[in-house]
Design a protein around this ligand. Structure first.
Ligand code: BTN
Length: 327
């Protein structure tokens, strides 16, 4: 979309509670009335619901649910870079896959958002079911100058930000180390962090997040471990959640880049679903009962094993289960 068209839609978004005349628009944009009309026509074909009423002007009817465009997402978004460049899709294979193809040409903080994914990727090669109207699926492109060993902690920075955003919207969820958000003991969101790196330096990192928002039926055993915000009684608007998240994530990501982990660790510990509990660690087909004691500055989980020794658990191919539930 051209800069002028972006200005036209921004005026309509700002004034969507009333009609605004073509004359007013042409005055503030320095365009002819015919040119304003041309942009309005083009915006309509892009899917914007713009009413033209003789003697009144134009009025944008904003949809209840997100789906309008990248412009709604970034409109007056109070961040410096997170979410300031948005690639929005109604459907895509995977936002992480797409983010990988554009990462070299996009600035830090660019995001790919989709209402549906046909090949949503989960951790450990699993599929992330990403149906339309049941969730929101997005990936942020990050380019931090950090050692490779620090990169996996970004998953937890994103988790801390998402938990903070949900809390602002009235949802008290917990973080199941290292990368799941849980509500009432079941998973509502997952995070998949992928990295492109040369031998010593990171080219970019993609943090992909899937959140179960709408009503959703989970089949078989999954119904014991997964849920959605709507299933738990929360009506959260995806647009609102996304915008809040970009603000919270930029805030904590700045701390992370400045090596200030105090707030991040505070949130991770405060909202942890595992700290202070006996849990099972499942790795290489083995299940060990441990006590979860702490999370260190690298995001490692510090556990006490049954022999009484402390162990440092790195994120990776490891799962955690509660003693008699998902968590
Ligand atoms: C997990 O297994 O818990 C991680 C799930 C991550 C899913 C998100 S949805 C947006 C992004 N694109 C993908 O293909 N996967 C991530």
């Amino acid at each position: 979309m051209t800069k002028t068209r972006e200005k036209v839609i921004n005026i309509l978004i700002d004034n969507s509670d009333k009609y605004i005349s073509g004359e007013y628009m042409s005055d503030i944009l320095g365009l002819s009335r015919a040119s304003v009309w041309k942009h309005i026509k083009a915006l309509k074909t892009e899917g914007f619901d713009i009413e033209s009423k003789a003697g009144h002007g134009y009025r944008l009817h904003r949809k209840e649910k997100m789906g309008l465009s990248s412009y709604e997402i970034k409109h007056q978004l109070k961040t410096s870079y997170m979410g300031q460049e948005v690639y929005y899709f109604e459907s895509i294979d995977s936002t992480n896959i797409y983010a990988n193809t554009i990462a070299n040409q996009t600035p830090e903080g660019a995001v790919v958002v989709s209402k549906k994914q046909t090949q949503g990727k989960g951790r450990s090669g699993k599929i992330w079911v990403s149906d339309y109207d049941q969730g929101i699926y997005f990936s942020t492109i990050l380019k931090p100058s950090i050692p490779i060993s620090r990169a996996s902690f970004l998953t937890q920075v994103a988790g801390a930000a998402l938990a903070t955003s949900l809390e602002k919207l009235g949802v008290a969820c917990q973080i199941k180390w290292p990368n799941d958000l849980v509500l009432n003991g079941k998973k509502i969101a997952g995070i998949l962090t992928e990295m492109r790196a040369e031998i010593e330096s990171i080219s970019y990192i993609i943090v992909g997040i899937g959140i179960n928002i709408g009503p959703k039926t989970f089949d078989g055993a999954i119904s014991n471990v997964a849920t959605s915000l709507a299933n738990e009684g929360y009506q959260i608007q995806d647009l609102n959640l996304l915008r809040t998240f970009f603000i919270d994530f930029e805030d904590l990501y700045e701390d992370f880049k400045n090596k200030d982990y105090t707030r991040i660790l505070g949130i991770l510990k405060d909202k942890s679903a595992v700290l202070g509990k006996e849990i099972y660690l499942i790795r290489d087909g083995q299940k060990d009962k441990v006590f979860a004691e702490n999370i260190d500055e690298y995001g490692n989980l510090i556990v006490r094993n049954e022999l009484g020794f402390l162990e440092e658990i790195f994120t990776g191919e490891i799962s955690i289960r509660g003693l008699d539930s998902y968590i």
